[in-house]
Design a protein around this ligand. Structure first.
Ligand code: HSE
Length: 309
C-alpha cells in the first residue's frame, strides 16, 4: 500500500473528573487525511484545507509527530501528507490531537504496522506538545484506541488503559465559535489543589471508571463532577452555567467542559435523551450573539478509520 486515506476523529478530554487522563472518542466529527509514500525522504505537508495552518513539518502538529516516528523507524522513503481539517483549532474537541495522531496512524499503516497504539500515542504526544506546550495524551489516546481511555502514565512510559463503553451512551457537544488556546487555559490553573477537592476528584474518577465497566448510568451521573478545573475554566466560556443547567434539567447524565474548552459536552443515556439535551442547549445559545455548532454523537468505539479499503 502506497497511499492511505483516514478519518481521524474528534475527542473529548478530561470528562469532568479526569483532567489530563480520561477521554472518549466521537463519531460524527473528525478530519480526513491522505498520506502517501514518496521516494523523497522526510515529511512534506502538501495540502491543508479547512483552516489556515503551517505547511512546514516542524511547525505543524501532524508534521512534528510524523517526524518523531520516522526518526525512530528510519524508513527508506518519505511521506506526503494532505490534511482536510473539519475540527476547528482551539475548539476543545482535540483538533491538534486528530492531526498529530492521524499522521502517525497513517504512516504506521503504510509501513506495515511496526508500532502498536501505545507507541503511536508516544509519537503523537510530540505533536500535541507543539500546540499545547504540554505532553498529555487524553485526546490522543481515545483518537487512536477508540471508546473511553485512561492514560495511566506518560512518563517514563506511556500506558493507556481501554475502558468499556456502555452501548447506549451518547454525547451532545456544543461548540461556541470562540477560540480558547489550550496553553492559555492551562496557564490559568492553580499549581496546587485543595486536599478535600482532590479527594472528591479521585473518588469520582474511580467511580466513573467503575460505572463504565458496569453499565451503571446512575453512577456515571453521580461521578461526572469536576471540583478542580471547571471552577477556573468555566469563566472563559460564555453562558457556561446556563448551558449546564439546561442540559442537566433536560436529562443529561452530566455536563462539563470538553478538553480546555470552549466546547461543552454532555453525556446522555440514549439517543432521544441526547437530542432533548441538544434542543435545550440550542434554546440557551440562540438567545446570545455567539455563533455555535451543536451535534450529537455516539461514542466511537473504533477510533481511527481507514477510508480507502
Ligand atoms: N487535558 C487537556 C487540558 C486537554 O484540559 O488542558 C486539552 O488538550
Amino acid at each position: 500500500m502506497n497511499e492511505i486515506k483516514i478519518f481521524s476523529p474528534a475527542t473529548v478530554a478530561n470528562v469532568s473528573c479526569g483532567f489530563d487522563v480520561l477521554g472518549f472518542c466521537l463519531d460524527s466529527i473528525g478530519d480526513d487525511m491522505v498520506v502517501r509514500k514518496t521516494s523523497k525522504k522526510g515529511i512534506h505537508i502538501t495540502k491543508i484545507e479547512g483552516y489556515d495552518l503551517p505547511f512546514e513539518a516542524e511547525k505543524n502538529v501532524a508534521g512534528v509527530s510524523a517526524l518523531a516516528l520516522i526518526e525512530d523507524a528510519n524508513p527508506d522513503c518519505g511521506f506526503e501528507i494532505e490534511i482536510y481539517k473539519n475540527i476547528k483549532p482551539g475548539s476543545g474537541v482535540g483538533s491538534s490531537s486528530a492531526s498529530a495522531a492521524g499522521s502517525v496512524f497513517a504512516i504506521n499503516e503504510l509501513l506495515g504496522k511496526p508500532y502498536n497504539k501505545t507507541q503511536l500515542t508516544y509519537f503523537a504526544m510530540k505533536g500535541e506538545a507543539l500546540a499545547s506546550q504540554s505532553e498529555h495524551a487524553d485526546n490522543i489516546a481515545p483518537a487512536l484506541f477508540g471508546g473511553f481511555t485512561l492514560v495511566k502514565s506518560v512518563k517514563p512510559n506511556v500506558e493507556v488503559l481501554e475502558i468499556p463503553t456502555p452501548d447506549n451512551l451518547y454525547a451532545t457537544i456544543i461548540h461556541p465559535q470562540i477560540e480558547i488556546k489550550t496553553a492559555e487555559a492551562r496557564a490559568i490553573l492553580p499549581k496546587q489543589v485543595n486536599l478535600n477537592d482532590a479527594i472528591t476528584q479521585w473518588a469520582n474518577v474511580g467511580s466513573l471508571v467503575h460505572a463504565l465497566h458496569t453499565n451503571n448510568y446512575q453512577l456515571i451521573k453521580r461521578s461526572l463532577h469536576d471540583a478542580i478545573v471547571e471552577p477556573h475554566r468555566s469563566k472563559l466560556i460564555p453562558f457556561y452555567n446556563a448551558v449546564k443547567s439546561a442540559a442537566l434539567q433536560s436529562g443529561a447524565l452530566g455536563t462539563g467542559i470538553s478538553g480546555s474548552g470552549p466546547s461543552i459536552f454532555s453525556l446522555c443515556e440514549g439517543l432521544d435523551a441526547a437530542k432533548a439535551v441538544e434542543m435545550a442547549i440550542k434554546e440557551v445559545y440562540q438567545t446570545t450573539d455567539i455563533q455555535f455548532d451543536i451535534y450529537v454523537s455516539k461514542i466511537n468505539a473504533k477510533g481511527m478509520k481507514i477510508l480507502n479499503n
